[in-house]
Design a protein around this ligand. Structure first.
Ligand code: DQA
Length: 145
């Protein structure tokens, strides 16, 4: 079975209680459980990882080299300034789809820039937690998993 890794970055551990008007009421645990089930229904095994620490996210991207066919990544605020995460993605031969729950383009100016996007396969923005599922579908279709 093909394997994908779902990585959620800083503050996303607080989903469910964090700014629910922007991010909704679903907890990260519920999202991860739903995603594992959805991926399985699509013949894909999915692992999940969340960290508030840039270095741990970089380590997870490096470690994915031998283990995963692709990464679904919500880098949180690191999206907007982490050249280190961008370089990690560029350093490994694992395709990454960037996902944002909120429509970052409707929000503050600093959220309009993603330094990660140029090294990703694609970006899904503003479609709520459905964006994570759409990334699974995109991997299945585009990367022939
Ligand atoms: C986010 C958008 C980021 O700007 C923000 O810092 C987050 C969440 C999203 O999923 O909409 O933490 O990545």
């Amino acid at each position: 079975m093909s394997k994908l890794l779902l990585i959620n970055g800083p503050n996303l551990n607080l989903l469910g209680t964090r700014e629910p008007d922007i991010y909704g009421n679903t907890t990260l645990k519920d999202i991860e459980d739903q995603m594992i089930e959805f991926a399985n229904e699509n013949g894909i095994e999915l692992s999940t990882f969340q960290s508030n620490h840039e270095g741990y996210i970089i380590d997870a991207i490096h470690d994915s080299r031998t283990k995963y066919a692709g990464i679904i990544l919500n880098p949180g605020a690191f999206t907007h300034y982490s050249y280190a995460i961008r370089d990690a993605i560029a350093s490994v031969d694992v395709p990454v789809i960037e996902v944002h729950i909120s429509n970052v383009h409707k929000r503050e100016e600093f959220r309009h820039t993603s330094v990660i996007a140029p090294v990703c396969e694609g970006q899904i923005v503003g479609l709520g937690i459905m964006g994570y599922k759409l990334a699974v579908i995109a991997f299945k279709e585009r990367l022939s998993l």
